[in-house]
Design a protein around this ligand. Structure first.
Ligand code: GLU
Length: 287
C-alpha cells in the first residue's frame, strides 16, 4: 500500500515537472517572438515596405489637409517623405510613407498604441516626453510666441500677464505649460486643436493664442487681422518621435537627416515652405 502511494506520487510529480518545463518554454518562445519581431519598428517597416507617419492636419506650413485632393501638406510631411526615401535608399529597398492625422494631444498615444511608426508633428523633445518616446536629433528650430488681433495693441507676452486676460492654447502642447511661467496672472483656455483655437480667438473667447512661432505665422497667413507679436520666448527644437527604446530606427533617421541636410534637400524644403511667409526669417532656418 505504502509502495503504491509512493509510485503514484512519483508519477504526479513527474507530470507536474513536465508541464512546468513546457510552460516555461512556451513563455520564452512568446517573449522572444514579441521582442525580436513584433516590436522592432525598423524591422516592421522593412518587412512591410511601409512607414506610417503621424502628422498634423490642422497646422498650415507643417501639416494641413488640402480639401481639394485630400492630401496632407506641409514641411513636416515633406521631411517625413524625405527621411523615408533616404532610409529606403540606405537599405536598398523600397518604403512607402503613409500619413495619419494626429493632434498635439493624440500623437504620443497613437505612437504607444502602435497605430503609427513615427511622428513628425511640430513636437518638441521635452524631458517628460523622452520618458515615454525616443526622439531623433532636432530637424527644425522653433520658439514659442503669441498670435493676437492687430487692433488690440498687444506687443509682447508681458502685455498678457494680467488677471483679465485669457490665453488660448491646445491640449497636449507644451505651450500651455510654458505660458504659466511667462504670463502667470492670465487665465488659460485649452482647445482640442489649432483650428478650434483660432475659432475661439475670432469669437473673442481669448485675447491671444500661444504656440510656436512657425505655427502662428501659418495661422496669421490664413487669417487677416491677426499677427505674431514680439520675439519668441522659448526654444522649441522639433524632433521625430518613435516608441521608447527604438534604437535602430532612431539611428537610421538621424543618419537620413544628416544626409538630406548635406545634399541640400533640407534647405530646398525650408525655402519651399517658409520663404514666402511674411515676417519669417527663413534664411536663419537653413542648415
Ligand atoms: N512644439 C510644441 C509642442 O511640442 C507646441 C506645438 C504643438 O502643439 O505641437 O508641444
Amino acid at each position: 500500500m505504502e509502495k503504491a502511494k509512493k509510485r503514484q506520487f512519483g508519477i504526479v510529480a513527474t507530470l507536474i515537472s513536465i508541464l512546468i518545463f513546457f510552460g516555461a518554454i512556451t513563455i520564452m518562445a512568446i517573449k522572444a517572438n514579441t521582442t525580436h519581431q513584433g516590436t522592432d519598428t525598423l524591422e516592421r517597416v522593412k518587412n512591410a515596405h511601409i512607414m506610417t507617419w503621424g502628422v498634423k492636419a490642422d497646422t498650415k506650413l507643417f501639416g494641413l489637409m488640402d480639401t481639394n485632393d485630400g492630401q496632407i501638406k506641409g514641411f513636416d510631411v515633406d521631411i517625413a517623405k524625405a527621411v523615408t526615401k533616404q532610409i529606403a535608399s540606405d537599405l536598398n529597398i523600397t518604403i512607402e510613407p503613409i500619413f495619419v492625422q494626429v493632434t498635439s494631444s493624440t500623437r504620443i498615444q497613437l505612437l504607444k498604441n502602435g497605430n503609427i511608426d513615427a511622428f513628425a508633428a511640430t513636437a518638441t523633445a521635452t524631458p517628460e516626453r523622452k520618458k515615454v518616446a525616443d526622439f531623433s536629433k532636432p530637424y527644425f528650430s522653433a520658439g514659442q510666441s503669441i498670435l493676437v488681433p492687430t487692433k488690440e495693441n498687444i506687443k509682447s507676452v508681458k502685455d498678457l500677464n494680467k488677471a483679465d486676460k485669457t490665453i488660448l492654447g491646445v491640449v497636449g502642447a507644451n505651450s500651455i505649460i510654458n505660458i504659466k511661467k511667462f504670463a502667470p496672472k492670465a487665465k488659460i483656455l485649452a482647445l482640442n486643436d489649432y483650428a478650434q483655437a483660432m475659432t475661439a480667438l475670432k469669437a473673442g473667447q481669448g485675447d491671444a493664442i500661444t504656440s510656436d512661432n512657425g505655427i502662428l505665422y501659418g495661422m496669421s497667413m490664413e487669417n487677416k487681422g491677426y499677427v505674431v507679436a514680439g520675439e519668441p520666448f522659448t526654444n522649441e527644437p522639433y524632433s521625430i518621435a518613435f516608441d521608447k527604446d527604438q534604437v535602430p530606427i532612431t539611428k537610421a533617421t538621424n543618419k537620413a537627416l544628416d544626409e538630406i541636410i548635406k545634399n541640400g534637400s533640407y534647405n530646398k524644403l525650408i525655402k519651399k515652405w517658409f520663404s514666402k511667409v511674411p515676417g519669417m526669417n527663413w534664411r536663419s532656418l537653413e542648415r
